[in-house]
Write a protein that binds this ligand. Structure first.
Ligand SMILES: Cc1ncc(COP(=O)(O)O)c(C=O)c1O
Length: 325
Protein backbone atom coordinates (compact mmCIF):
# COMPACT_ATOMS: atom_id res chain seq x y z
CA UNK A 1 0.00 0.00 0.00
CA UNK A 2 1.49 3.35 -1.07
CA UNK A 3 2.26 6.04 1.48
CA UNK A 4 -0.05 9.04 1.65
CA UNK A 5 3.04 11.27 2.13
CA UNK A 6 1.31 13.21 4.90
CA UNK A 7 1.65 13.50 8.65
CA UNK A 8 4.64 13.72 10.94
CA UNK A 9 7.58 11.44 11.65
CA UNK A 10 9.32 11.44 15.03
CA UNK A 11 13.09 11.76 14.59
CA UNK A 12 15.40 11.89 17.62
CA UNK A 13 12.79 13.68 19.74
CA UNK A 14 11.29 16.11 17.17
CA UNK A 15 8.35 15.81 14.85
CA UNK A 16 9.19 16.55 11.22
CA UNK A 17 6.95 16.61 8.15
CA UNK A 18 6.79 13.29 6.30
CA UNK A 19 8.46 14.88 3.24
CA UNK A 20 11.36 16.24 5.31
CA UNK A 21 12.23 13.06 7.26
CA UNK A 22 15.57 12.52 5.54
CA UNK A 23 18.98 11.11 6.50
CA UNK A 24 22.35 11.54 4.81
CA UNK A 25 23.28 9.01 2.13
CA UNK A 26 26.54 8.40 4.02
CA UNK A 27 24.64 7.18 7.08
CA UNK A 28 26.03 3.86 8.31
CA UNK A 29 22.67 2.06 8.15
CA UNK A 30 22.39 2.57 4.39
CA UNK A 31 25.71 0.89 3.68
CA UNK A 32 25.90 -1.78 6.37
CA UNK A 33 22.28 -2.52 7.34
CA UNK A 34 22.96 -1.38 10.91
CA UNK A 35 19.37 -0.88 12.00
CA UNK A 36 16.91 -2.67 14.24
CA UNK A 37 13.23 -2.02 14.01
CA UNK A 38 9.72 -3.04 14.97
CA UNK A 39 6.41 -3.42 13.20
CA UNK A 40 3.32 -3.13 15.38
CA UNK A 41 -0.30 -2.23 14.78
CA UNK A 42 -2.82 0.11 16.34
CA UNK A 43 -6.45 -0.98 15.92
CA UNK A 44 -9.72 0.95 16.16
CA UNK A 45 -11.63 -0.76 18.96
CA UNK A 46 -15.04 0.24 20.35
CA UNK A 47 -13.17 1.70 23.35
CA UNK A 48 -10.84 3.75 21.18
CA UNK A 49 -7.61 3.23 19.32
CA UNK A 50 -5.43 0.60 20.92
CA UNK A 51 -1.94 -0.73 20.13
CA UNK A 52 -1.64 -4.50 20.16
CA UNK A 53 1.11 -5.72 22.52
CA UNK A 54 3.10 -2.49 22.24
CA UNK A 55 5.08 -3.41 25.37
CA UNK A 56 6.23 -6.70 23.81
CA UNK A 57 7.22 -4.96 20.56
CA UNK A 58 9.20 -2.30 22.43
CA UNK A 59 10.90 -4.96 24.54
CA UNK A 60 11.93 -6.79 21.37
CA UNK A 61 13.25 -3.52 19.90
CA UNK A 62 15.49 -2.99 22.91
CA UNK A 63 16.55 -6.66 22.83
CA UNK A 64 17.49 -6.28 19.15
CA UNK A 65 19.44 -3.10 19.93
CA UNK A 66 21.26 -4.83 22.79
CA UNK A 67 22.33 -7.73 20.56
CA UNK A 68 23.81 -5.16 18.14
CA UNK A 69 25.43 -3.14 20.97
CA UNK A 70 23.29 -0.09 20.29
CA UNK A 71 22.10 2.13 23.13
CA UNK A 72 19.03 4.13 22.05
CA UNK A 73 19.10 7.71 23.31
CA UNK A 74 15.75 7.27 25.04
CA UNK A 75 14.82 4.58 27.53
CA UNK A 76 12.12 2.01 26.75
CA UNK A 77 9.30 3.82 28.58
CA UNK A 78 10.10 7.20 27.03
CA UNK A 79 10.27 5.72 23.54
CA UNK A 80 6.98 3.89 24.10
CA UNK A 81 5.42 7.23 25.04
CA UNK A 82 6.94 8.76 21.88
CA UNK A 83 5.22 6.04 19.81
CA UNK A 84 1.86 6.90 21.37
CA UNK A 85 2.58 10.61 20.84
CA UNK A 86 3.29 10.00 17.15
CA UNK A 87 -0.05 8.22 16.70
CA UNK A 88 -1.82 11.07 18.51
CA UNK A 89 0.02 13.74 16.50
CA UNK A 90 -1.03 12.02 13.27
CA UNK A 91 -4.58 11.55 14.64
CA UNK A 92 -4.71 7.95 13.48
CA UNK A 93 -7.57 5.72 14.55
CA UNK A 94 -5.77 2.65 13.22
CA UNK A 95 -2.27 2.42 11.81
CA UNK A 96 0.93 0.47 11.36
CA UNK A 97 3.77 1.51 13.67
CA UNK A 98 7.44 1.36 12.64
CA UNK A 99 10.06 2.48 15.18
CA UNK A 100 13.64 2.11 13.92
CA UNK A 101 16.93 2.50 15.79
CA UNK A 102 19.88 2.88 13.43
CA UNK A 103 23.49 3.92 13.08
CA UNK A 104 23.56 7.37 11.56
CA UNK A 105 26.04 9.79 10.03
CA UNK A 106 29.62 10.23 11.15
CA UNK A 107 32.07 8.14 9.14
CA UNK A 108 31.98 4.99 7.01
CA UNK A 109 33.62 1.69 7.78
CA UNK A 110 32.41 -1.66 9.08
CA UNK A 111 32.97 -0.57 12.69
CA UNK A 112 29.68 1.13 13.63
CA UNK A 113 30.80 2.50 17.00
CA UNK A 114 31.80 5.99 15.79
CA UNK A 115 28.30 6.54 14.33
CA UNK A 116 25.45 7.91 16.46
CA UNK A 117 22.50 5.72 17.40
CA UNK A 118 19.51 7.55 15.92
CA UNK A 119 15.83 6.74 16.28
CA UNK A 120 12.77 7.42 14.16
CA UNK A 121 9.10 6.48 14.53
CA UNK A 122 6.84 6.24 11.48
CA UNK A 123 3.12 5.56 11.53
CA UNK A 124 0.83 5.15 8.55
CA UNK A 125 -2.53 3.72 7.64
CA UNK A 126 -2.28 0.18 6.32
CA UNK A 127 -4.71 -2.60 5.47
CA UNK A 128 -4.42 -6.36 5.04
CA UNK A 129 -0.85 -7.26 3.95
CA UNK A 130 -1.68 -10.17 1.62
CA UNK A 131 -5.07 -8.71 0.67
CA UNK A 132 -8.43 -8.98 2.45
CA UNK A 133 -9.31 -12.11 0.44
CA UNK A 134 -6.27 -13.95 1.80
CA UNK A 135 -7.64 -13.84 5.36
CA UNK A 136 -10.72 -15.81 4.27
CA UNK A 137 -9.52 -17.92 1.35
CA UNK A 138 -5.86 -18.50 2.11
CA UNK A 139 -2.71 -18.14 0.04
CA UNK A 140 -0.62 -20.32 -2.27
CA UNK A 141 3.00 -20.57 -1.21
CA UNK A 142 6.20 -22.43 -2.07
CA UNK A 143 9.12 -23.76 -0.10
CA UNK A 144 11.91 -21.32 -0.75
CA UNK A 145 15.16 -22.36 -2.34
CA UNK A 146 16.75 -19.93 0.15
CA UNK A 147 17.59 -21.15 3.65
CA UNK A 148 17.28 -19.10 6.83
CA UNK A 149 20.49 -17.94 8.46
CA UNK A 150 22.64 -20.58 10.17
CA UNK A 151 23.02 -20.36 13.93
CA UNK A 152 25.68 -17.89 15.06
CA UNK A 153 25.63 -15.95 11.80
CA UNK A 154 22.78 -13.42 11.67
CA UNK A 155 21.01 -13.56 15.03
CA UNK A 156 17.35 -14.20 14.29
CA UNK A 157 16.14 -13.15 17.73
CA UNK A 158 17.10 -9.63 16.64
CA UNK A 159 14.75 -7.92 14.22
CA UNK A 160 17.58 -6.29 12.35
CA UNK A 161 17.52 -4.65 8.93
CA UNK A 162 20.38 -6.94 7.87
CA UNK A 163 18.19 -10.04 8.29
CA UNK A 164 15.80 -8.75 5.68
CA UNK A 165 18.22 -9.42 2.83
CA UNK A 166 17.32 -13.09 3.36
CA UNK A 167 13.61 -12.24 3.65
CA UNK A 168 13.71 -10.24 0.42
CA UNK A 169 15.28 -13.16 -1.47
CA UNK A 170 12.54 -15.48 -0.17
CA UNK A 171 9.78 -13.02 -1.05
CA UNK A 172 11.09 -12.07 -4.50
CA UNK A 173 11.54 -15.69 -5.55
CA UNK A 174 7.97 -16.49 -4.48
CA UNK A 175 6.43 -13.44 -6.17
CA UNK A 176 8.46 -13.94 -9.37
CA UNK A 177 7.01 -17.43 -9.63
CA UNK A 178 3.41 -16.42 -8.94
CA UNK A 179 3.16 -17.38 -5.25
CA UNK A 180 2.10 -15.09 -2.44
CA UNK A 181 4.88 -16.13 -0.11
CA UNK A 182 7.81 -18.44 0.45
CA UNK A 183 8.49 -20.66 3.46
CA UNK A 184 12.16 -21.09 4.26
CA UNK A 185 13.80 -24.08 5.90
CA UNK A 186 16.54 -23.80 8.50
CA UNK A 187 20.02 -25.14 7.83
CA UNK A 188 18.97 -28.56 9.20
CA UNK A 189 16.23 -28.78 6.57
CA UNK A 190 13.41 -28.25 9.06
CA UNK A 191 10.60 -25.75 8.62
CA UNK A 192 11.46 -22.23 9.75
CA UNK A 193 9.18 -19.36 8.69
CA UNK A 194 8.00 -17.11 5.87
CA UNK A 195 9.73 -13.94 4.71
CA UNK A 196 7.96 -11.91 7.39
CA UNK A 197 5.65 -14.26 9.26
CA UNK A 198 5.72 -17.32 11.48
CA UNK A 199 4.24 -20.67 10.54
CA UNK A 200 1.72 -22.98 12.22
CA UNK A 201 0.49 -26.43 11.21
CA UNK A 202 -2.57 -28.33 12.43
CA UNK A 203 -2.65 -32.11 12.31
CA UNK A 204 -5.06 -34.46 14.07
CA UNK A 205 -6.25 -31.73 16.40
CA UNK A 206 -2.79 -30.66 17.63
CA UNK A 207 -1.11 -27.39 16.68
CA UNK A 208 2.59 -27.30 15.81
CA UNK A 209 5.02 -24.43 15.26
CA UNK A 210 8.80 -24.34 14.80
CA UNK A 211 10.76 -23.42 17.96
CA UNK A 212 12.93 -20.31 18.33
CA UNK A 213 15.98 -22.48 17.59
CA UNK A 214 14.67 -22.97 14.02
CA UNK A 215 16.06 -19.57 12.90
CA UNK A 216 12.75 -17.78 13.35
CA UNK A 217 12.00 -14.30 14.55
CA UNK A 218 10.21 -14.85 17.87
CA UNK A 219 6.97 -13.33 16.67
CA UNK A 220 4.64 -11.51 18.99
CA UNK A 221 1.63 -12.72 17.03
CA UNK A 222 3.08 -16.24 17.32
CA UNK A 223 3.22 -15.98 21.10
CA UNK A 224 -0.31 -14.50 21.16
CA UNK A 225 -1.67 -17.31 18.98
CA UNK A 226 -0.02 -19.93 21.20
CA UNK A 227 -1.73 -18.33 24.22
CA UNK A 228 -5.12 -18.09 22.48
CA UNK A 229 -4.87 -21.68 21.22
CA UNK A 230 -4.14 -22.96 24.73
CA UNK A 231 -7.01 -20.82 26.07
CA UNK A 232 -9.25 -22.63 23.57
CA UNK A 233 -8.00 -25.99 24.87
CA UNK A 234 -5.71 -26.94 21.99
CA UNK A 235 -2.43 -28.75 22.50
CA UNK A 236 0.36 -26.53 21.07
CA UNK A 237 3.79 -28.03 20.41
CA UNK A 238 6.89 -25.97 19.62
CA UNK A 239 9.19 -28.46 17.92
CA UNK A 240 11.40 -29.00 14.90
CA UNK A 241 9.16 -29.95 12.01
CA UNK A 242 10.14 -31.75 8.81
CA UNK A 243 9.19 -30.09 5.53
CA UNK A 244 6.87 -32.90 4.49
CA UNK A 245 4.67 -32.46 7.57
CA UNK A 246 3.42 -29.34 5.87
CA UNK A 247 2.24 -31.27 2.81
CA UNK A 248 0.22 -33.69 4.92
CA UNK A 249 -1.12 -31.07 7.36
CA UNK A 250 -4.86 -30.75 7.93
CA UNK A 251 -4.41 -26.97 8.09
CA UNK A 252 -1.54 -24.51 7.92
CA UNK A 253 -1.44 -20.79 8.51
CA UNK A 254 0.89 -17.81 8.78
CA UNK A 255 0.86 -15.38 11.68
CA UNK A 256 2.45 -11.96 12.07
CA UNK A 257 1.67 -8.32 12.63
CA UNK A 258 1.35 -7.80 8.88
CA UNK A 259 -0.52 -10.98 7.87
CA UNK A 260 -2.38 -11.32 11.21
CA UNK A 261 -3.64 -14.92 10.81
CA UNK A 262 -3.66 -15.97 7.15
CA UNK A 263 -4.56 -19.50 6.04
CA UNK A 264 -2.26 -21.36 3.64
CA UNK A 265 -4.23 -23.33 1.04
CA UNK A 266 -1.38 -24.89 -0.94
CA UNK A 267 2.36 -25.43 -0.70
CA UNK A 268 4.38 -26.26 -3.83
CA UNK A 269 1.02 -26.78 -5.57
CA UNK A 270 0.06 -29.50 -3.06
CA UNK A 271 -3.34 -28.74 -1.55
CA UNK A 272 -3.31 -28.40 2.23
CA UNK A 273 -6.30 -30.11 3.85
CA UNK A 274 -9.44 -29.03 2.03
CA UNK A 275 -7.62 -26.21 0.24
CA UNK A 276 -9.37 -23.51 2.22
CA UNK A 277 -9.42 -22.03 5.70
CA UNK A 278 -9.86 -24.86 8.19
CA UNK A 279 -11.89 -24.84 11.42
CA UNK A 280 -8.91 -24.45 13.78
CA UNK A 281 -7.53 -21.51 11.77
CA UNK A 282 -10.98 -19.93 11.76
CA UNK A 283 -11.41 -20.39 15.53
CA UNK A 284 -8.04 -18.76 16.16
CA UNK A 285 -8.78 -15.90 13.75
CA UNK A 286 -12.05 -15.30 15.60
CA UNK A 287 -10.35 -15.31 19.00
CA UNK A 288 -7.60 -12.99 17.74
CA UNK A 289 -9.84 -10.53 15.92
CA UNK A 290 -12.27 -10.45 18.86
CA UNK A 291 -9.45 -9.17 21.08
CA UNK A 292 -8.16 -6.58 18.64
CA UNK A 293 -11.64 -5.44 17.68
CA UNK A 294 -12.58 -5.14 21.35
CA UNK A 295 -15.39 -7.71 20.97
CA UNK A 296 -13.84 -9.95 23.64
CA UNK A 297 -12.36 -8.88 26.98
CA UNK A 298 -8.63 -8.15 26.88
CA UNK A 299 -7.84 -10.96 29.34
CA UNK A 300 -4.10 -10.85 28.79
CA UNK A 301 -3.66 -7.05 28.93
CA UNK A 302 -2.57 -6.86 25.29
CA UNK A 303 -4.12 -3.50 24.38
CA UNK A 304 -2.59 -0.09 25.10
CA UNK A 305 -5.14 2.65 24.55
CA UNK A 306 -3.79 5.65 22.67
CA UNK A 307 -6.24 8.37 23.68
CA UNK A 308 -6.98 7.58 27.34
CA UNK A 309 -9.97 9.30 28.84
CA UNK A 310 -11.27 10.67 25.55
CA UNK A 311 -14.42 9.28 23.99
CA UNK A 312 -13.69 8.34 20.42
CA UNK A 313 -16.05 7.63 17.55
CA UNK A 314 -14.86 4.44 15.89
CA UNK A 315 -16.02 2.82 12.69
CA UNK A 316 -18.61 0.14 13.20
CA UNK A 317 -19.76 1.13 16.68
CA UNK A 318 -21.92 4.07 15.64
CA UNK A 319 -21.57 5.55 19.11
CA UNK A 320 -19.06 7.53 21.08
CA UNK A 321 -17.68 5.26 23.79
CA UNK A 322 -15.37 5.98 26.66
CA UNK A 323 -11.77 4.85 26.27
CA UNK A 324 -11.07 4.95 30.01
CA UNK A 325 -9.49 1.65 31.08
C1 LIG B 1 10.94 -12.69 9.63
C2 LIG B 1 9.70 -12.48 10.44
N1 LIG B 1 9.15 -13.51 11.09
C3 LIG B 1 8.04 -13.38 11.83
C4 LIG B 1 7.40 -12.16 11.95
C5 LIG B 1 6.17 -12.04 12.78
O1 LIG B 1 6.46 -11.34 13.96
P1 LIG B 1 5.37 -10.46 14.70
O2 LIG B 1 4.22 -11.34 15.00
O3 LIG B 1 6.04 -9.98 15.93
O4 LIG B 1 4.98 -9.37 13.77
C6 LIG B 1 7.93 -11.05 11.28
C7 LIG B 1 7.30 -9.75 11.40
O5 LIG B 1 7.83 -8.87 11.97
C8 LIG B 1 9.10 -11.21 10.51
O6 LIG B 1 9.64 -10.17 9.86
Amino acid sequence: MAFSDTGKIWMNGSFVDWADAKIHVASHVIHYGSGVFEGARCYATPRGSACFRLDAHMRRLYDSAKIYRMQPQLGLDALTEAVLDTIRTNEHKACYIRPIVYRGYSELGVNPFPCPVDTAILTWEWGAYLGQDALAKGVDVRISSWTRAAGNTFPTLAKSSANYGNSQLIKMEAVAEGYSEGIALDTQGNLSEGSGQNLFIVREGAIYTPPISAAILPGITRSSVITLARDLGFEVREEHLPRELLYIADEAFFVGTAVEITPIRSVDKITIGEGRRGPVTEALQRAFFDVINGAAPDRHGWLTYVYPGEPLQTAGTGAAVSTAR
